[in-house]
Design a protein around this ligand. Structure first.
Ligand code: SF4
Length: 495
């Protein structure tokens, strides 16, 4: 007998269903398919909770209805009790109507009505946020509360921290009452349709589409996209092609794509893949190599960012450097000497990092980065923060060259690069023996997460191990650049 599925819904389930009814159905009836873990979601959830708690200070003196430690009926009862007792501000107030459960970040009494304040860690109001508030409005109305106004409270990324966080500057409250009322009209029908979908015993017939990533990346992508082979229209890089349009017309694999619909770079990607062809424009590569000089310092930063700025003088989501790796070569193809810096946890790393970097890299050295705009941006922020170091930092910025350049221009293209010039694709194509597979930390976002974890850790072996992992990862980034540069030289010699 088919398992009975609960018709109970929450705000996040409804939003998931509005994005794709099949996603809601699959959440309630999980397929026999192992979905990969999403560690990024856990980190986002933690950051969101921190932001939500801080935003409570916008309306101090409220009472919280906690999620942890209370059953749903207890949360509903506690909210009812607080309202009856005359509470003016309730954090995480809980309501249920028509088997839809919602929690309101900040519920503020407004005469005999109420205001809804929904806190988001983004920096602007998005359509999905309006739906989010409309669902709350619908449920609260159903519970007999009259809503006077609705607000979306989001991060103002022009705020610069000085001392204690000023919540009135960090957050921007935008009144969205009118937009929410428009969306509110569609909620009852939307809920009814989703419940009809949920009652179906068979998986809804919804094909893949732009809705798989908009507004959120759907958890079920690995399941629903299983039929898409490698080297499909979805692997085409660059703009100008409507990939879903081709897919719907039955054009899926590279050999089915009409080449006249592609731009020159996409055509090169497809043809190079189909015929396993590489391209080298020796003159372009040589011009790039001629633009470098020695000593040459390969440089890579790791940075973290957070919605709540951690240190004075930083903004929300500012990329704050906490680590660098440098490999220095005195002559082309010569031995590479390694230098590194990794900040201790919870200490503003910028001054020390900048001073050490300036001490390591001579004024007249060539500095090689991969994707120079990132490293230049970090150095510019440091120059702005420390005027006494600004000239020296600007000098280093002027000496930066970009190893990505010959790949971005396709002066050297290997078919395995799949149309990309990101180091993730370039490295295995240029230096197949080198990879990040053995490393515990294997990409920039994992490194950023590791920094946040490090700041929450006690001193001890676990912290030491994490620091070793971070150092190994960042060292690999600049060592990879040494090897890619070596491979570029070798390609010219063999031409
Ligand atoms: S992957 Fe796409 S089609 Fe599948 S459930 Fe998610 S949104 Fe729907």
């Amino acid at each position: 007998m088919a398992k009975k599925v609960s018709m109970g819904l929450s705000k996040s389930l409804l939003l998931k269903g509005f994005q794709c009814p099949k996603a809601l159905w699959l959440t309630k009836r999980p397929p026999e398919f192992v979905l990969p873990e999403r560690p990024d979601l856990e980190a986002k959830f933690r950051a969101g909770t921190e932001v939500g708690i801080l935003a409570q200070q916008l309306y101090p003196g409220g009472v919280e209805v906690p999620y942890e430690g209370l059953t749903v009926p207890a949360q509903l009862a506690k909210t009812k009790e607080l309202i009856e007792q005359g509470a003016d501000v309730i954090y995480e107030a809980s309501f249920s109507f028509s088997a839809i459960f919602v929690k309101v970040d900040l519920l503020v009494r407004d005469g005999d009505q109420w205001q809804i304040h929904e806190v988001k860690m983004g920096t602007s109001v998005k359509d999905v946020n309006l739906d989010d508030v409309a669902i709350q409005h619908y449920v609260l109305n159903g519970c007999g509360l009259s809503i006077s106004k609705s607000f979306l409270v989001h991060i103002d990324n022009s705020y610069v921290r000085q001392g204690e966080i000023d919540v009135h500057q960090l957050f921007h409250s935008e009144e969205v009452t009118t937009q929410v009322k428009v969306r509110l009209q569609h909620i009852p029908d939307g809920v009814r349709e989703l419940r009809e979908t949920l009652r179906q015993l068979n998986e809804p017939d919804v094909d893949i589409g732009p809705h798989c990533t908009d507004p959120f990346e759907c958890d079920f992508i690995p399941y629903c996209w299983q039929h898409i082979p490698a080297n499909s229209v979805f692997d085409l890089r660059g703009r100008g092609v409507n990939k879903f349009d081709l897919y719907r017309r039955g054009v899926v694999t590279f050999d089915e794509i009409p080449l006249d619909q592609l731009n020159a770079k996409q055509r090169q990607q497809v043809e190079a893949t189909l015929h396993q062809q590489d391209t080298v424009h020796a003159e372009g590569v040589q011009a790039f190599l001629d633009s470098l000089w020695y000593p040459l310092y390969h440089l890579d930063f790791e940075t973290f960012s957070a919605p709540i700025p951690k240190f004075d003088g930083t903004r929300p989501y500012q990329q704050v450097p906490f680590q660098y790796s440098i490999h220095a070569q005195q002559v082309a193809g010569g031995d590479a000497q390694h230098f590194e810096y990794l900040a201790p946890p919870n200490v503003d790393p910028r001054r020390e990092l900048a001073e050490q970097l300036l001490a390591v890299i001579p004024e007249d050295a060539c500095i090689l980065t991969y994707n120079q705009s990132f490293e230049k941006g970090v150095l510019r922020e440091l120059a702005k923060q420390f005027p006494d170091l600004a000239d020296a930092l600007q000098q280093r910025i002027a000496n930066i060259r970009d190893l990505m350049e010959p790949f971005r221009k396709r002066d050297l293209y290997r078919w395995q690069m799949q149309g990309s010039y990101s180091i993730k694709e370039v490295l295995p194509a240029m230096v197949p023996e080198l990879n990040y597979k053995e490393l515990t930390i294997a990409d920039g976002s994992a490194a950023m997460q590791a920094y946040h974890t490090m700041c929450a850790m006690e001193l001890g072996e676990e912290l030491d191990q994490l620091r070793r992992d971070l150092l190994r990862y960042c060292e690999m980034d600049t060592w990879a650049m040494v090897k890619v540069l070596e491979a570029l030289h070798a390609n010219i010699i063999t031409q």
